[in-house]
Design a protein around this ligand. Structure first.
Ligand SMILES: [Zn+2]
Ligand SMILES: [Zn+2]
Length: 262
């Protein structure tokens, strides 16, 4: 046995123990999502004991190695949670890490549209499963959770902020503190589609503010900013910069889905 323990750790399978631990934690977190609800699979509507049936889970919720800066899939095998693509190494984003659960596309696009526009909150469990699993080994207990806010007009129109609905459930599962009104949007920036990168950034300037009564909660804290989809990242960048300017020690961005590069 002595000879065995003297063997260099992970001689034949270098990262096996770490991967196994991460996989076990991920499975346990996913299990927590599944154990409480039985019913129909959120994707194929087949009967199952959770939010996604085993078939859809394997087909649509598989983990991918992603860039820690933009969450696009990395071409090479992941070389750790801090791996960055070339573009992010050259122009680092204003957050320390972004974590995405899945690529934006079928079937998640449908569930996200239902959540955003049709007041259907039932798919939230299935939507959060892959993100929760991706975060299993990546979050610390002192992270404080906020959501990308809607403007007051948009909130009144929609009745709820889908990002906050995701954020508060995620925070509950991960046992983290979350506040709905720490970050707010002082003006509606309209649709960003069709705007160039610099126009988007300009359009979003001054769009977010940390509420004065939550300033102490943000100052010096590690903040996770939750959103449903990350596409250009302009909105998340503006919100992250606001949090950093308010004294947040660290900002991470956690999203359900990442739009693939076109
Ligand atoms: Zn299914
Ligand atoms: Zn990147």
């Amino acid at each position: 046995m002595a000879g065995r323990s003297a063997m260099p750790a992970g001689d034949d399978r270098p990262s096996a123990p770490r991967l196994t631990r991460a996989a076990t934690r991920a499975r346990a977190l996913l299990g927590r999502w599944r154990c409480c609800v039985g019913g129909r699979c959120a994707v194929c509507r087949g009967w199952c004991d959770g939010r996604l049936c085993a078939h859809c889970d394997a087909r649509f919720a598989f983990p991918r190695a992603r860039c820690g800066g933009c969450a696009l899939p990395l071409a090479a095998k992941a070389s750790g949670e801090d791996a960055l693509c070339l573009r992010c190494r050259l122009a680092p984003p204003p957050w320390s890490r972004v974590v995405a659960g899945v690529d934006y596309g079928y079937p998640w696009d449908r569930a996200l549209a239902d959540l955003k526009f049709h007041q259907r909150l039932e798919p939230i469990g299935a939507l959060l499963g892959p993100l929760t699993a991706a975060l299993a080994d990546m979050h610390a207990s002192d992270v404080r959770v906020v959501a990308v806010p809607l403007s007051r007009e948009r909130l009144r129109e929609r009745g709820y902020n889908q990002s906050w609905e995701l954020a508060r459930r995620l925070a509950r599962t991960l046992a983290l503190e979350a506040r709905a009104d720490a970050l707010f949007r002082v003006r509606d920036t309209g649709h960003q589609l069709g705007l160039h990168r610099s126009e988007r950034a300009k359009n979003l300037q001054g769009a977010f503010v940390v509420a004065p009564r939550h300033a102490a909660w943000v100052r010096g804290a590690r903040i996770a900013l939750v959103d449903d989809v990350l596409t250009t990242g302009a909105t998340a960048r503006a919100a992250a910069r606001t949090l950093r300017a308010a004294g947040a020690r660290d900002v991470q961005v956690w999203v359900v889905a990442r739009t693939p590069a076109s």
